[in-house]
Write a protein that binds this ligand. Structure first.
Ligand SMILES: [Zn+2]
Length: 430
């Protein structure tokens, strides 16, 4: 358990500073639903961009897709989600609380000691109705994973992008699971965002690619600042593998509430494509022009949680020093890259600062602050992870230089306004 951070303090900072709020707060909140505030939305967007850059834009063998949340209900029949995507559940006959059967140690209610119902299978998919008639025929599901939108478009994407195996399709999007026991802040929620890749390979080369993606994805977290000691692999036992998987490994993070999954890398074999071929009768086979072979590809799936990674980056960067709290966020993930402070509001310093703000905004996200003492303004930015502080003082009027302060070391250097944008960009992106 990660004891250097206290979850309560982190949740409080998230609310106080505008990272994360409870959904529908003014109505008393909606259980396990969260809203990202003006800082949270930037952080989360940067996490998604870092992922997209690493798995799509920096590679030549992965392309993207953005498929719809609502899909033909037969998709979920074919994929097995309608029949198999469920948790064993019991209800308390007295207090009506609902529990996952596999979480319980006794046959009595852990809340009130009451008698429990028999175990029932509870499907985790959210149902809704399409059109104006609320009947069985109109039932559609909110997708429980983004993956199926990739499988059903396999042929469309492969032919239009003229991709040759091995290649992958990546997607970021919302998914929904009616979890019986959500919790731990944004870690387990019923509405969440996924970053998924389905990487199609020739059968027989699957385990090699499984190892490739394990390594790639693990290193991505390290690259963006997660401490080595707080991240690990956890291999799945044979009996906990999903119905479609041949192998699966979790990337776990050492949260204050214990080691928990950030991402799963699974070998889904040819299960999904085969099921869709069976159900639709469509030819989703891959034709290898070189060898003239036709086959159903195997699939390696790295599937990461956006909200979970974002939470891990927050937890991992949180630090308390003697007189300040700071988020040592990787500058590429930080909501604001720099904050601009006039030393005082008068004598034209505000105007110069506003001018610098306008110039820098073209390159990256910046924040302007002229309220309260300079020390307090620095600390406010430290607390939200802004890596650089720019102070405009009287010397600026003489020689067009400003002070550039670095968040972690608090070191300051004098730099000309002209060089500011390129100097900061170099420090952020290398
Ligand atoms: Zn009870």
């Amino acid at each position: 358990m990660n004891s250097s951070v206290n979850m309560e303090k982190l949740v409080s900072l998230c609310k106080r500073r505008g990272f994360i709020f409870q959904s529908s707060e003014i109505y008393g909140g909606l259980n396990s639903c969260w809203d990202y505030g003006f800082l949270g939305v930037e952080l989360k967007k940067n996490v998604k961009e870092a992922w997209w850059k690493s798995v799509v834009q920096m590679r030549s063998d992965v392309v993207g897709i953005d498929s719809s949340i609502l899909m033909h209900p037969d998709v979920w029949k074919a994929s097995g989600h309608l029949d198999c995507f469920s948790d064993p559940m019991v209800d308390c006959k007295v207090c009506k609380h609902r529990f996952r059967a596999d979480d319980l140690n006794s046959d009595k209610c852990p809340e009130c000691g009451g008698e429990l119902t028999d175990v029932r299978q509870f499907n985790l998919m959210f149902k809704t109705f399409m059109g104006t008639v609320e009947d069985q025929q109109a039932t559609v599901y909110l997708r429980p994973e983004t993956a199926q939108g990739i499988f059903t478009n396999f042929k469309n994407i492969q032919t239009t992008s003229r991709s040759k195996i091995p290649f992958g399709i990546a997607q970021i999007g919302k998914a929904f699971r009616n979890e019986i026991t959500p919790g731990n802040f944004t870690f387990r929620t019923r509405e969440f965002e996924q970053m998924e890749i389905e990487f199609f390979v020739k059968p027989g080369e699957d385990m090699e690619w499984f190892e490739h993606w394990k390594k790639e994805r693990f290193n991505w977290y390290l690259k963006y600042g997660i401490k080595k000691e707080n991240i690990r692999f956890r291999e799945h036992e044979k009996n906990e593998l999903a119905h479609y998987a041949k192998a699966c490994v979790d990337v776990d993070y050492n949260f204050p509430f214990g080691w928990s999954e950030l991402e799963g890398v699974a070998n889904r074999t040819d299960y999904d494509l085969k099921k869709h071929i069976e159900k639709t009768g469509k030819d989703l086979l891959y034709f290898d022009e070189g060898t003239k072979e036709k086959y159903v590809p195997y699939v390696i799936e790295p599937s990461a949680g956006v909200d979970r990674s974002t939470l891990a980056f927050l937890v991992d960067s949180y630090e308390e020093e003697e007189d300040r709290i700071l988020l040592r966020l990787d500058p590429r993930l930080a909501p604001f890259k720099a904050a601009i402070f006039p030393l005082v509001k008068k004598d034209g310093l505000s105007e110069i600062s506003r001018d610098i703000e306008g110039k820098l905004k073209k390159y990256f996200n910046v924040f302007y602050d002229e309220k309260s003492s300079i020390g307090r303004r620095y600390r406010r930015q430290d607390e939200i992870g802004t890596p650089f502080g720019i102070t405009v003082d009287y010397q600026t009027k003489d020689d067009s230089t400003v002070t550039l302060r670095e968040r972690d070391s608090m070191e300051q250097e004098r730099i000309s306004i002209e060089q500011l944008a390129s100097a900061i960009e170099r420090k952020i992106y290398g």
